[in-house]
Design a protein around this ligand. Sequence first.
Ligand code: AMP
Length: 214
Amino acid sequence: MNVVLLGAPGVGKGTVAKRLSERYGIPHISTGDLLRSAIDRATPVGLKAKSFVDSGRLVPDEIVTELVETNLRSPSASKGFLLDGYPRTVVQADALASFSSVDRVLNLVAPKKVILERLSGRRTCRKCGVVYHVKNIPPRKAGVCDSCGSGLYQRSDESPEVVMERLSVYENETSPLVDFYRNEGLLVDVDATLDVAGVVRQCVAAVEEGVSDE
Ligand code: AMP
């Protein structure tokens, strides 16, 4: 089952992808996580990507596409994958189609006000990358990851200015993918204003029952 998660930054793609990954035993491949890890390790990809990620701009298509292709070819993705944060441009969607099929695209939708509230309260585990929200998904102990006990932090690209840039990049470069995948009959809209369980329920229905109205 090859699933793409679409939606604005902060809408909750990573949280949903993690739940679906546990449910179906297929990997959650987040290009944002892969790039942040490359930046932390100062790999050649990380060094090239850093200034783009820090400023909220898109990393060049060919760099991200190579990362994704390598991950999709790994044996862990042989039964399927949940792609979170890729594709983000039509060029990337065309590239993905050249090396993999896509069975379903889940389009997580929420008003800008909800997205801004989610982004400003988001906290991420420094070690294992699990994502919390100070109000909506609080850790048991403030500032500490439930899973591994490490400290939580606010991502450097979650400052108000960078968030506005990321949202405008989404509008201009990524939102055309909604029509791209709708035209292919693969896209299902998901109401992402509900709580995590409600959003996951809709995603499971979409993945298991197929696209309604087809
Ligand atoms: P995310 O964690 O998905 O919000 O991604 C964080 C940042 O990583 C983005 O603001 C971009 O700078 C970069 N990034 C992640 N995925 C992509 C992609 N598919 N294409 C280009 N840049 C990306």
